[in-house]
Design a protein around this ligand. Structure first.
Ligand SMILES: Nc1nc(=O)c2c([nH]1)NC[C@@H]1CN(c3ccc(C(=O)N[C@@H](CCC(=O)O)C(=O)O)cc3)CN21
Ligand SMILES: O=c1ccn([C@H]2C[C@H](O)[C@@H](COP(=O)(O)O)O2)c(=O)[nH]1
Length: 283
C-alpha cells in the first residue's frame, strides 16, 4: 500500500500537466514507476484508503484469460468496466470494424489467445506459456503480449497493461508485467490486483510456488477531475495492513479457468478499508 500512496504523492508533488487528445482532459503525469507484489507472502495489494471492488478486477483478468472481446461477457463475469469503452467512445462507435453493441474488437485477450498470423491461423500465447511452465520449462520467452499495432484500428482501446513475462527459478514462478499508461486512481487499483492474481493463478495451475510480481509502469497519471479527491481525501487517510487472497484450490488447469471458474472461487480475508470514493472515469 505504501508504494501506491508514494506514487500518488509523487504525481501530486512532481507531476507535469499533459493534455490528452483522446479524452480531451489534462493529466498530471510522471514517467516510470516500479511496483512489487509479494505473492509468496500473500500480501494482496488491495487499496485500503478507499473501498476497492476487487471482484471486478479479477473478473476483468478472467475475461482476458478467456479471450473475451465483448463487454456483455465481462458483465456476466461480474464487471461493467468495459461498457463505456465499448459503447460510449465516439471514435469506436464510428469505426466500421465495430460489430455492434458491446463489441470491444480485437483487444487484450483476443490478442493473448488468438493473435492472427499473417500466413493464416492464430497463436494462442497463453496456452504456450502454460504448457511450457507446466513441464518446468522457461525458454526465456514466456511472454504474453496484447500489443499488436497492426490491429489497433480494430479495437476500442490500445492495451494498457500490454505484456506479461513469466520466469521460472527452480520451482518458483515470477511475473514481470509492463504497462504503458496508467490511470492511477481508477486503473491501478485494478491493475495491482490483476498482476498479483495472474501470478498466483499461473503458479497454481502450472504446479509451482508463486514468487514476486514486478509491475513496471511508464506513464502514470491522475486526470484533472480526479486530482482534488486524490490529494484532499484519499491521500489524507491512513492505510490498513494488506489483506490476503484465497483462491479455490480446485482450480488446476487453464481449462478450469475457461470452463467453470466464477468470482465465487475467490475470497479476500481481513480487508479493512476506508469508505468508497467515486472517481470520475474518462472515456
Ligand atoms: N480512463 C480509463 N481508466 C481506466 O482505468 C481504464 C479505462 N479508461 N479503460 C479501460 C479499462 C477499464 N477499467 C476500469 C473501468 C472502470 C473502473 C471503475 O469505475 N471502477 C470503480 C467502480 C467499479 C465497480 O463498481 O465495479 C472504482 O471505484 O474502482 C475501473 C477500471 C480500467 N481501464
Ligand atoms: O488496465 C487499464 C486500462 C486502462 N487504463 C487507463 C490508462 C489511461 O488513462 C486509459 C487509456 O487511455 P490511452 O489514451 O489509451 O492511454 O485507461 C489503466 O490504467 N489500466
Amino acid at each position: 500500500m505504501k508504494q501506491y500512496l508514494d506514487l500518488c504523492q509523487r504525481i501530486v508533488d512532481d507531476g507535469v500537466w499533459v493534455a490528452n487528445e483522446r479524452t480531451g482532459k489534462r493529466c498530471l503525469t510522471v514517467i516510470n514507476a516500479d511496483l512489487e507484489y509479494r505473492v509468496d507472502r500473500n500480501e494482496f495489494p488491495l487499496i485500503t484508503t478507499r473501498k476497492s471492488y476487487w471482484k471486478a478486477a479479477i473478473a476483468e483478468l478472467l475475461g482476458y484469460i478467456r479471450g473475451y472481446s465483448n463487454a456483455a461477457d465481462f458483465r456476466a463475469l461480474g464487471t461493467p468496466t468495459w461498457d463505456a469503452n465499448a459503447n460510449l467512445n465516439e471514435a469506436w462507435l464510428a469505426n466500421p470494424h465495430r460489430k455492434g453493441e458491446d463489441d470491444m474488437g480485437r483487444v487484450y485477450g483476443v490478442q493473448g489467445r488468438a493473435w492472427a498470423k499473417p500466413d493464416g491461423g492464430v497463436v494462442d500465447q497463453l496456452r504456450k506459456v502454460v504448457d511450457n511452465l507446466s513441464r518446468g520449462l522457461d525458454d526465456r520467452g514466456e511472454i504474453i503480449s496484447f500489443y499488436n499495432p497492426g490491429e489497433f484500428h480494430m479495437g476500442c482501446l490500445r492495451p494498457c497493461m500490454h505484456t506479461h513475462n513469466f520466469s521460472l527459478l527452480g520451482d518458483t514462478l515470477y511475473l514481470t508485467s509492463y504497462q504503458r499508461s496508467c490511470d492511477v486512481p481508477l486503473g491501478l487499483n485494478f491493475n495491482q490486483v490483476q498482476v498479483f492474481t495472474f501470478l498466483a493463478l499461473m503458479a497454481q495451475i502450472t504446479g509451482h510456488k508463486a514468487g514476486v510480481a514486478y509491475h513496471k509502469i511508464v506513464n502514470a497519471h491522475i486526470y484533472e477531475d480526479q486530482l482534488e479527491l486524490m490529494r484532499d481525501v484519499q491521500l489524507k487517510r491512513e492505510p490498513f495492513p494488506a489483506p490476503q487472497l484465497e483462491i479455490n484450490p480446485d482450480i488446476k488447469s487453464l481449462e478450469d479457468l475457461e470452463a467453470w471458474v466464477t468470482m465465487d472461487d475467490f475470497a479476500v480475508h481481513n480487508y479493512q478499508h476506508h469508505p468508497a470514493i467515486q472517481y470520475p472515469f474518462s472515456v
